[in-house]
Design a protein around this ligand. Sequence first.
Ligand SMILES: Cc1cn([C@H]2C[C@H](O)[C@@H](COP(=O)(O)OP(=O)(O)O[C@H]3O[C@@H](C)C(=O)[C@@H](O)[C@H]3O)O2)c(=O)[nH]c1=O
Length: 171
Amino acid sequence: MKVEVQKTALDGVLLVTPPTIFEDFRGHYIETYNRELYHAAGIDVDFVQDDISVSQHNVLRGIHGDGGTWKLVSCLHGRFYLVVVNNDPASPQYRQWTSFTLSDTNRQQVLIPPKFGNGHLVLSDWAIFHYKQNSQYDRASQFTILWNDPAYGLWWPRTDPILSRRDQGLD
Ligand SMILES: Cc1cn([C@H]2C[C@H](O)[C@@H](COP(=O)(O)OP(=O)(O)O[C@H]3O[C@@H](C)C(=O)[C@@H](O)[C@H]3O)O2)c(=O)[nH]c1=O
């Protein structure tokens, strides 16, 4: 068993295939994290918190991040479009972004380093967004990038997403 790791357009952002993706007449079995195998694949992050958000179709959450948090993102149910943005002014890839479609069919994961923002738009009726992170939640340390901020030029498959006040730039 092995964790497959692929580089992406953004340095440091990795597309990850978990070690076990099993299917039979009962359904599926997926090993979504295994400390030893992920460390062997170079993902030696000390994760301390797991979170899920459950969102309905057309909800767009994000784009959020901070200076110290690694995240390992999975889709537990449904399908969403995930955008990852380099938000490090010192990086040659500052403000570059890439996107992924994560689903309960492809079971892919994305590793997101500190100083990157992430946001996702739900494509299915509803979806469960799951992530592991290596820091405790601290709202005050987070940045927010608006989904339609022209400075980033992000592309989304919908033009009328459901947004929180924060993600509309109101909070
Ligand atoms: C993120 C987070 C929120 N909360 C609380 C705060 C608030 O009362 C409630 C809802 O939080 P928000 O509205 O900020 O949730 P949301 O807008 O979904 O924010 C999240 O966006 C995605 C894209 C991320 O990657 C996360 O890091 C996080 O920033 O949950 C925690 O207790 N712990 C946490 O780690």
